[in-house]
Design a binder for this molecule. Structure first.
Ligand code: IMP
Ligand code: MG
Length: 194
């Protein structure tokens, strides 16, 4: 994969570890829902690969739907303002819903989306996130299913992006930015959230 000068990637979580953990989460979900059908709601775009793999480790009838959320203004990390860019196509009322996200960071996005779905009266609402950066939390939030707790590093791959790149890497990697890029990193962060 082509990388701009100064941008370096190192593997944080290998594809093998991801596959094993996703299998465990799928089995746990299968046990806990005991034959009941599920609606998996993916948060675009970052969660699409996690959702695709997780769903195939779940031994229950599952349907998919997708949401997209973005942040207001420039200070995406701190504004605390989320807006819905794409709503669901289906109703969640009376259904077992699992909201599937790539990464839980400040908690702003998942707080907003979980509240939105809860107001629509699902039978149950659980949240699954591949990654959790607990040190970054601004609004308290606990996910029900967490793949990996990771330190406060900017990561890409397995669906996660830096300025829309690297989503198709098989491993979760840390991006090391060159000196000239570091200044513009806030911008990259913001782009990555879309
Ligand atoms: P939160 O509202 O801060 O929890 O935002 C979570 C969103 O920020 C995720 O859905 C990602 O799109 C983005 N994000 C946070 N940390 C990273 C990262 O390390 N790499 C890529 N995207 C990230
Ligand atoms: Mg995301």
């Amino acid at each position: 994969m082509r990388r701009p000068k100064g941008e370096r990637l190192t593997v944080l979580i290998s594809r093998g570890r991801i596959a094993r953990r996703v299998r465990e989460l799928g089995r746990q979900i299968t046990r806990e829902f005991r034959g009941e059908p599920l609606l998996l709601v993916g948060v675009l775009k970052g969660a699409c690969i996690f959702l695709a793999d997780l769903s195939r480790e779940i031994g229950l009838d599952a349907t998919f739907d997708f949401l997209a959320a973005g942040s207001y203004g420039n200070s995406a990390d701190t504004s605390g303002q989320v807006r819905l860019l794409k709503d669901l196509d289906t109703s969640v009322e009376g259904r077992n819903v699992i909201l599937v996200e790539d990464i839980l960071d400040t908690g702003v996005t998942l707080n907003y989306l979980a509240r939105l779905l809860r107001e629509r009266n699902p039978k149950t609402l659980r949240v699954a996130t591949l990654l959790d950066k607990a040190d970054r939390r601004v609004q308290p939030f606990e996910a029900d299913y967490v793949g990996f707790r990771i330190p406060n590093r900017f990561v890409v791959g397995y669906g996660l992006d830096y300025a829309e790149k690297y989503r198709n890497l098989r491993d979760v990697c840390v991006v090391h930015l060159g000196r000239e890029k570091r200044k513009g990193r806030k911008q990259g962060n913001k782009e990555a959230r879309k």
